[in-house]
Design a protein around this ligand. Structure first.
Ligand code: FES
Length: 170
């Protein structure tokens, strides 16, 4: 076997180190791509902690809602309408007609939509204007003295307001 000259040996060593560098680079890239893929998969499927609209929102304590009051809860996009000592309802503020935000008009004691004039009473029942049904409502849970509203559970009322839509306070 022929002996390599120092120059040839040097070239061979350079070739080997170049190949090992490229191999490391390739495996590094594969590792990075796998890590990025795993991270995006984890982000996609891991449940996110939701706050505000879409989650269960603490509206306040029962004492925050005197009988007859209508209270806007901005975080959850709803109103708490305290109908009596023992009843309240959480009304989604989106108009069932074309989706405008419906304000409560204290002077009229009614919800009046500024877009096309739909009018709703304090139970959310539509009483005038083009709205096809009452305001939607959300599921309410009373825990101790606190009122929680599930803003991810919005319910339509195509057949009108019904007493079963109201939450009873014991
Ligand atoms: S969007 Fe409210 S009446 Fe049309």
């Amino acid at each position: 076997m022929a002996q390599l000259s120092p120059r040839e040996q040097n070239l061979q060593e350079q070739e080997v180190s170049r190949r090992s560098f490229l191999r490391r680079l390739m495996w590094g890239s594969v590792g990075l791509a796998a890590a990025a893929f795993s991270y995006s998969g984890w982000r996609l499927f891991w449940p996110h902690k939701i706050k505000g609209f879409g989650a269960v929102v603490r509206a306040g304590s029962l004492d925050d809602f005197p009988v007859g009051s209508v209270t806007r809860v901005r975080d959850g996009r709803f109103y708490i309408s305290r109908l009596s000592e023992t009843e309240l309802i959480a009304l989604y503020w989106k108009c069932p007609h074309l989706g405008c935000t419906v304000p409560f008009e204290e002077s009229q004691n009614l919800f009046v939509c500024p877009c096309h004039g739909s009018v709703y009473d304090k139970t959310g029942q539509n009483i005038a204007g083009p709205a096809p049904r009452p305001m939607d409502y959300m599921r309410v849970e009373i825990r101790g003295n606190d009122v929680y509203v599930d803003t991810g559970d919005i319910r339509e009322r195509p057949d009108g307001h019904d007493p079963s839509h109201v939450t009873r306070i014991r």
